[in-house]
Design a protein around this ligand. Structure first.
Ligand SMILES: Cc1cc2nc3c(=O)[nH]c(=O)nc-3n(C[C@H](O)[C@H](O)[C@H](O)COP(=O)(O)OP(=O)(O)OC[C@H]3O[C@@H](n4cnc5c(N)ncnc54)[C@H](O)[C@@H]3O)c2cc1C
Length: 436
């Protein structure tokens, strides 16, 4: 394979941007990350990633890809205090009709704050000799030559002076607030309307110091929302720094308050009593933060016929998902993996966007069909059938380790959702109908 002696720019040094830079360093002589925030050393929170105030579960599939890109990362995170756990035996999950079985599934995830995870990945990426970062620069436009993107322009935020850089490839990974659709419009490239599904979900989260007196025997415990009857959910995950990350999920507009008394009261309404135990008995380690409007949206860049050469988009710039299912970082990792496999192809840019869309399509369906359950509009027959099957599946999860195992492998993106239609699962669901 011939190595190119070229330059790549990555807009955004968030999760997707860092992984893209890691992959590009194998093919490009120079990779420049251009980031709006100032990147401090240490574990400081930064405004460009407000979601870091909320728990970030990295799915088993994402953890596998990450370990491939950064061998030894899991152990390194473990040394930094991350809790490595089996998603079956060390997680407790509540379905509407009871607790899921607690058996070892053989899938390991690392429970860690988003800040610690990003810092570990960033340290690895910036240690690569090909990679450098220009921080404090907001990109505002693409620079083109003919039908090719050849760079970006913007401004230094502190000095308000202009910034322009040229490259053979520009990767846009500027996250959920990305303006890429507008940048494309400015160069006469028009995208189809963004697909959107809104479950009217909000997260309200706070960190606590672990209180050993509570003597819990799990790493993570959670109860998620289920349309249409369960609007409230919550989770506690044990993360680095001997802390518990508590989140209260409010779907269908039933949002948890951000004041102390309201937060405790809301936690007390959950079936999962442990959430209330933590918020009442553990010492807070952060303020309470809310993140609302957590709908799913998908920019169909794969359908743009005149997609420019020299340009790639990945991560939340392409698709943001309802975070309850924890798809986001795993999709960013899978995007980097596809980039690695398409970079050497001729005219890889459109090919990359199409391949990425195929990978996005599966979790998109899972997440959005469930959220359509909150909709007041009349749903199509296929959606109603999927919702019906999903609910019946949850009904049989308590007390059925086989179905739960399959469900977890799908939700951790290790297996395809089609495995939930295996005859053995369908038979259990049908038996469940008669036993209710
Ligand atoms: C409340 C919440 C909870 C979540 N929980 C999970 C979870 O449990 N599991 C999971 O996998 N995912 C979760 N996600 C999703 C996850 O945060 C994203 O999928 C992931 O961060 C996507 O990475 P990204 O690099 O595309 O965007 P980001 O990580 O947001 O990074 C974007 C970067 O681009 C920079 N930037 C933006 N605009 C510009 C510009 N014009 N010029 C230069 N730089 C720019 C920003 O400063 C930032 O550094 C959650 C999201 C939210 C909102």
């Amino acid at each position: 394979m011939q190595k190119r002696t070229q330059h790549a720019i990555v807009v955004g040094a968030g999760f997707a941007g860092l992984l893209a830079a890691r992959v590009l360093s194998e093919r490009y002589d120079r990779v420049t990350l251009v980031e709006r925030d100032r990147i401090e050393t240490g574990t400081a929170h930064r405004s460009g990633v407000p979601q870091a105030h909320h728990p970030h579960a990295l799915l088993a599939r994402g953890a596998q890809v990450l370990e491939g890109l950064f061998p030894g990362l899991r152990a390194e995170l473990g040394e930094a205090g991350a809790v490595v756990a089996d998603v079956g035996s060390e997680f407790m999950s509540r379905a509407p009709r009871g607790w899921a079985p607690r058996d070892e599934i053989g899938l390991l995830v690392q429970s860690v704050t988003r800040i610690t995870l990003e810092q570990a990945v960033r340290r690895r990426v910036l240690a690569l000799p090909q990679v450098s970062i220009v921080d404090g620069v907001q990109v505002d436009e693409l620079v083109t030559s003919g039908d090719r993107v050849v760079g970006v322009s913007g401004r230094h935020r502190a000095t308000k002076t202009s910034f322009e850089a040229h490259a053979d490839l520009v990767v846009v990974a500027s996250g959920r607030t990305s303006r890429l659709v507008d940048w494309l419009k400015a160069i006469d490239v028009h995208c189809p309307p963004r697909m959107e599904v809104d479950g009217h979900l909000a997260y309200t989260s706070r960190l606590y110091h672990v209180n050993d007196a509570l003597n819990f025997d799990w790493v993570t415990i959670y109860e998620i929302t289920h349309a249409p009857e369960t609007k409230r959910g919550g989770a506690v995950s044990t993360v680095d720094g001997r802390r518990w990350f508590v989140t209260l999920f409010g779907a269908g507009g039933d949002v948890a308050p951000t004041d102390e008394a309201g937060f405790i009261e809301y936690a007390g309404t959950l079936e999962c009593r442990e959430v209330a135990d933590v918020v009442k008995n553990a010492e807070p380690a952060s303020p309470i933060y809310r993140f609302a409007n957590l709908g799913s949206s998908w920019n169909r860049f794969d359908k743009v016929r005149n997609w420019p050469r020299g340009l790639i988009a990945l991560g939340d710039t392409v698709c943001t998902m309802n975070p309850v299912y924890g798809h986001g970082m795993t999709l960013a990792a899978l995007g980097a993996d596809i980039l690695r496999r398409t970079l050497d192809k001729q005219r890889f840019e459109r090919r990359f966007q199409r391949r990425l869309a195929r990978v996005v399509g599966v979790p998109w369906l899972t997440a959005t069909v469930t959220d359509l359950g909150w909709s007041d509009e009349k749903l199509s027959l296929p959606v109603r059938l999927q919702l019906w099957y999903g609910r019946r599946l949850f009904d049989v999860v308590p007390g059925n380790a086989h179905v739960y195992r399959r469900f977890i492998r799908v939700s951790q993106m290790v297996d395809h959702p089609a495995t939930l239609f295996h005859p053995s699962v369908v038979a259990t669901v049908v038996r469940g109908l008669f036993s209710r």
